[in-house]
Design a protein. Structure first.
Ligand code: GLN
Length: 447
């Protein structure tokens, strides 16, 4: 059924970089046998999943939507994906993304743009745009994405699906091709909160192969799927509803807050300071880490290598000049600059201090509130092409999502309305570290 739907819509939407139909059908047959024998009984057994193309899959091309990895076939599988395979998932393909997860529209891919299934003239968001479009277009039952500064939550919002970024350290990053290692988390993109909680339960594991992995005891996320928000304290950050927020988005998000209140939650406005510093701090830290992480793509060990060169240095230079796209190059230059001697203290260290202050502001808020509620993005999905001319404008669109990564918190977006153009509006719920269950409980009241 998934492949029949793909046949029907993929020509328009282009969610995938690679489809693995033959292997998927083979795997499905094997899994069916195990289900029949009673060896596989979980909720994900036999269910088709799509994976963002920055998750390593043994024997299957993994490109990060970059030309520099146009021939990279990993020899191992990401831990989160392995966990899904153990649960009986059928992998149907690898989804399109912004190159190395840098972007907010899925337009920086070297393999063409993905379009928003709700309206093909609009972007699906990014960087996990392929994963979110695939779920919205019903090409798969669910997908995995990665979120460094909103890349699961923002495209979920633009595509009218539900996406969850777990607390940093919850899902192993082993086999996730790194963008900003201190910010990256893998998470589910699905049709609803129930599916998200179920998938999160399956991919969560302590993994000693990831030095930042955390051993958690409270991972029965589906136990929070209860329709009861009575007495829950919900904070609305005033700073998230000021200038720049589209009026229709604002109205839909505030209406959702009202619904929670009517169901017995205590909803209150508060000041979450430092919001304006989140974007500069994030782009300094993420670019710094990216410039270091991308140093490994040099044409020697794996990936693309330039055809003609004179000597080693010329080979590096030509390979990287030809292999990386404009956005990746911009981040490498910005990151190298803020890490360079003389500027390190002024930019990188200052950004780290800002990150610590943002975490403190959230800590203070969570002394009072169980969940913070706000928009996922300032607007609904923009038109294709409209974000490319002005990268700064694109960066500003990340205002509501990136501080969650800087503070390591869990966050979820779910649909809360449709604007006058017929595009979905997303609502974001943010929880304290390790409190995914609060988010799931609040979100479930909309299901
Ligand atoms: N849009 C942000 C960026 O370009 C976030 C991307 C992400 O979360 N991977 O960095």
């Amino acid at each position: 059924a998934a492949f029949a739907q793909i046949e029907k819509v993929e020509g328009d939407v282009h969610s995938f970089v690679t489809l693995t139909k033959e292997q998927a059908l083979k795997d499905a047959g094997e899994i069916q046998k195990k289900i029949d024998a009673g060896e596989l009984t979980g909720p994900l057994a036999g269910v088709p999943v799509a994976l963002k193309d920055n998750l390593c899959t043994k024997g299957v091309l993994t490109t990060c939507s970059s030309k520099i990895l146009n021939n990279f076939v990993p020899t191992y599988t990401a831990q989160a994906v392995e966990n899904l395979q153990k649960a009986g998932a059928v992998i149907i393909g690898k989804t399109n993304m912004d190159e190395f997860a840098m972007g907010s529209t899925t337009e920086t891919s070297a393999y063409g743009v993905t379009k928003n299934p709700w309206n093909l003239e609009h972007v699906p968001g990014g960087s996990s745009g392929g994963s979110c479009a695939a779920v919205a277009a019903e090409e798969c039952s669910y997908a995995l994405g990665s979120d460094t500064g909103g890349s699961i939550r923002q495209p979920s919002s633009f595509c009218g699906v539900t996406g969850l970024k777990p607390t940093y350290g919850t899902v192993s990053r082993y086999g996730l091709i790194a963008y900003g290692s201190s910010l990256d988390q893998i998470g589910p993109v699905a049709k609803d909160v129930t599916d998200c909680a179920t998938i999160l339960e399956a991919i969560t594991s302590y993994d000693k192969k990831d030095s930042t992995s955390i051993e958690r005891k409270d991972t029965d996320f589906t136990s929070a799927l209860v329709d009861d928000v009575k007495g829950m304290k919900i904070g609305i950050p005033k700073d998230y509803f000021g200038e720049g927020l589209n009026e229709e988005v604002k109205a839909a998000v505030l209406a959702a807050a009202k619904t929670l209140e009517e169901k017995g939650a205590i909803v209150e406005e508060f000041d979450l300071s430092l919001v304006e510093y989140a974007i500069p701090a994030y782009y300094v830290i993420a670019s710094a880490e990216a410039s270091s992480n991308l140093a490994r793509f040099d044409g020697v060990k794996y990936g693309y290598r330039t055809k003609e060169y004179e000597g080693l240095h010329n080979m590096y230079k030509k390979t990287r000049s030809e292999g990386f796209g404009a956005e990746a190059k911009r981040r490498i230059m910005l990151g190298s600059f803020v890490l360079s001697s003389g500027y390190y203290d002024a930019y990188y260290l200052k950004a780290l201090r800002t990150k610590a202050l943002i975490k403190q502001a959230f800590d203070k808020a969570f002394e009072k509130y169980d969940v913070i509620l706000g928009p996922a993005a300032p607007t609904t999905a923009p038109k294709l092409g409209s974000s490319l001319e002005d990268p700064i404008k694109m960066y500003l669109g990340d205002i509501y999502t990136i501080s969650v990564n800087l503070a390591g918190l869990p966050g979820m977006t779910l649909p809360c309305g449709i604007d006058s153009k017929g595009l979905p509006i997303g609502l974001q719920l943010i929880g304290d570290c390790f409190e995914e269950k609060n988010i799931i409980r609040a979100a479930y009241s909309f299901e």
